[in-house]
Ligand binder design. Structure first.
Ligand SMILES: CC/C=C\C/C=C\C/C=C\C/C=C\C/C=C\CCCCCC(=O)O
Ligand SMILES: [Fe+2]
Length: 665
């Protein structure tokens, strides 16, 4: 009693096609019909068929799929199924059934039509029931696990192989990831061989391993790393722009000896002028340092005081490497007027501490691990037809796998941290725990975070400027989508799945983070929009801002040493031998360079922010919102490109075309 055109779209990456047979049913409100098609399921192809159905199916609700095989199981990646219903007037009505999943095994997969959520309380509760069954299954596939006490929960998976296929790297990504790591290890072997017969006694000796692919900015770091303004610049626009604050008083830990009265006066003057800034690494105080191959490494917990010059340059005024400790002499203050090697070593200690807080707090915790909580909660709480699922899922691609790999290779027993980082061997987990204990909702939202840190309205604060612009753009996008589905606050309040999602993130995934300002429910559309904006910002812009700089700022190892092999200086007598004995050895430096390159380089299969191909939503409203998002991003792109042309040091980590749509590395 009806004629239908059916389009079956297969994914375009390696192994998306399948040799197995797939049976299809159209499921309407009144009846369902098997289509009896012979599909070819070729990679990257769309197949169109016309079929006549003798029953009156009524309005179409679902497409059902079942893959069958004779000998070999061959998974199929289905993008979507589209059905056109021929109406009497010959006008066709298009109905979308998004899938974007692997079809494995021989179970039945049921795809609700793209606008199902709008009708969830109609059609005899069929969509509602489907959503409940879907979540029941997903909750068995995506379970929470405590990897280490005191850290956000993670997905239960001992290795990436335990993850559901839908969240695994596609073949191309896997080959690239593993291939470049192998190439990196070869690189290390060659560098070690090359340095075997040479000396490792002066800073220039690091040049012996500073070859291979390098960014232009990495070369500039190599040239300029000793300069004070270059050191200061990194707090604003380097790999870790998350720590600096404008001082509101002189820090209590800063003990200024009487003979440095002049410094006290200068600091107070800068404070009054509103030009005094600080970077405080106290979170590292008392963390146990690593022992690498029997050699104890060392850690500091510095405080850096900086002043902002009228031209926007940030210059260090004093460095205290350790907090004062009762019963011990006051820690010395290192100054730009100290002998050059002494001052250089003090700055190197700061850069080493920054490496720790950057990688563990800003990078791993505040992007990767938090995004994993969003991902697991989304899979467990939001059915595929839920608009927030559709909005977020492109921003969660590959995150569970990269994090699982981090837990097995990077921060694991014997992983990269244990091998070459001075917080490794357990200290890194303590830093993560401490950082988790003070993780606030505000700190994940740039308008609040930058205001709290006194960094608004500073022309040379490029990260801050671009982050705020991106926050606004993402916020407008989120609001556009949310308002299509939530006509008023009451609709938000009465969405049980959405409320459960929020609660699961805050109370379960983030282990009771309501104490630190995270919501346990949404009372309004505005609260929902703010939270979802934070999720997307964290998974995209923030991660890009924190991740990409590894390539530039960590390649020249003295600028950001991964470990320190001697204790911090307690006097100003510093020799070159002491500096070289403190900085990483050849192997440590080589591994740092390789991993920084591996993690910071451009990802070959990268999807830029807002440019995912998956179409989970149907209808013109959503298209218009997405188009507007892309236009806003293009405008920002042009602004940043133009701005950077006039800069000595361009800042491009938040240029939209360089921002990945999710955390994939
Ligand atoms: C110079 C950089 C050193 C350490 C980087 C530290 C933190 C990075 C934070 C998040 C990265 C997230 C995931 C990376 C996952 C895996 C890395 C794999 C390294 C594997 C090395 C190996 O031996 O195979
Ligand atoms: Fe990363």
């Amino acid at each position: 009693m009806g004629r239908y055109r059916v389009r079956v779209a297969t994914g375009s990456f390696a192994f998306s096609g399948s040799n197995n047979q797939v049976r299809l049913w159209l499921v309407g409100l009144r009846a369902e019909a098997e289509l009896g098609l012979r599909l070819r399921l070729s990679r990257g192809q769309m197949e169109d068929f016309e079929v006549d159905v003798s029953e009156d199916l009524g309005p179409l609700l679902f497409v059902k799929l079942r893959k069958t095989h004779l000998l070999l199981k061959d998974a199929w990646f289905c993008n979507h199924i589209t059905v056109w219903v021929f109406q009497e007037s010959t006008e066709e009505k298009e109905i979308m059934f998004p899938c974007y999943r692997w079809v494995q095994g021989d179970g039945i997969i049921c795809l609700p039509e793209a606008t199902a959520w709008m009708m969830r309380n109609e059609v005899q509760g069929l969509f509602q029931k489907h959503g409940e069954e879907e979540l029941e299954e997903r909750r068995t596939l995506y379970r929470w696990a405590t990897w280490k006490e005191g850290l956000p929960l993670s997905v239960a998976a001992a290795s990436e192989k335990d993850l559901p296929l839908d969240v695994r790297f596609h073949e191309g990504k896997k080959i690239d990831f593993e291939g470049t790591l192998a190439a990196g290890m070869m690189d290390i072997a060659l560098k070690r061989l090359y340095t075997l017969l040479n000396s490792w006694k002066s800073l220039e000796d690091f040049d012996q391993i500073f070859w291979g692919s390098k960014s232009a900015l990495a070369k500039r770091v190599h040239q300029s790393w000793k300069e004070d303004d270059f050191f200061g610049y990194q707090f604003l626009n380097g790999v870790n722009p998350t720590l600096l604050r404008r001082s509101t008083s002189l820090p209590t830990r800063l003990v200024i000896p009487p003979e440095l009265e002049g410094l006290q006066v200068q600091l107070e003057r800068k404070l009054q002028e509103g030009c005094l800034f600080e970077a405080d690494f106290s979170l590292l105080a008392g963390v146990q340092a690593n022992v690498i191959q029997g050699e104890r490494q060392h850690l500091a917990a510095p405080l850096v005081m900086l002043k902002m010059e009228p031209d926007g340059k940030l210059l260090p005024m004093a460095i205290q490497l350790q907090p004062p400790c009762s019963g011990s002499p006051d820690p010395p203050l290192f100054l730009p007027s100290d002998p050059s090697l002494t001052w250089l070593l003090a700055k190197a200690w700061v850069r080493n501490s920054d490496f720790q807080l950057h990688e563990l707090q800003a990078h791993l915790l505040k992007t990767h691990l938090v995004a994993e909580v969003f991902a697991v909660a989304t899979m467990r709480c939001l059915p595929g037809m839920h608009p927030i699922f559709k909005l977020l899922i492109p921003h969660l691609r590959y995150t569970l796998e990269i994090n699982t790999r981090a837990r097995t290779k990077l921060i694991s027993d014997g992983g990269i941290f244990d091998q070459v980082v001075n917080t490794g061997g357990g200290g890194h987990l303590d830093v993560l725990r401490r950082a988790t204990a003070c993780l606030t909702y505000r700190s994940l939202c740039p308008p609040y975070d930058l205001a709290d840190r006194g960094l608004l309205g500073i022309p040379s604060a490029l990260y801050a400027h671009d982050a705020l612009r991106l926050w606004d753009i993402i916020s407008r996008y989120v609001q556009g989508i949310v308002h299509l589905y939530y006509s008023e606050d009451k609709v938000v309040q009465s969405d049980p799945e959405l409320q459960a999602w929020c609660q699961e993130i805050t109370e379960i995934g983030l282990c009771g983070a309501q104490e630190r300002g995270f919501p346990v429910s949404f009372q309004s559309r505005a609260e929902l929009c703010h939270f979802v904006t934070m999720c997307i910002f964290t998974c995209t812009a923030q991660h890009s801002g924190i991740n990409q700089g590894q390539l530039d700022w960590y390649a020249w190892v003295p600028n950001a040493p991964c470990t320190m092999r001697k204790p911090p200086p307690t006097t100003k007598d510093v020799t070159l031998e002491m500096v070289m004995a403190t900085l990483p050895n050849v192997h440590q430096a080589c591994l740092q360079m390789t991993i920084a390159w591996h993690l910071g380089r451009f990802q070959p299969d990268m999807v830029p922010l807002g440019h995912h191909k998956e179409e989970y939503f149907a209808g013109p409203g959503h298209k218009a919102v997405l188009n507007r998002f892309q236009e806003d991003l293009n405008t920002l792109e042009r602004e940043i490109v133009a701005r950077n042309k006039g800069l000595d040091l361009p800042y491009y980590y938040l240029q939209p075309s360089r921002i990945e749509n999710s955390i994939t590395i």
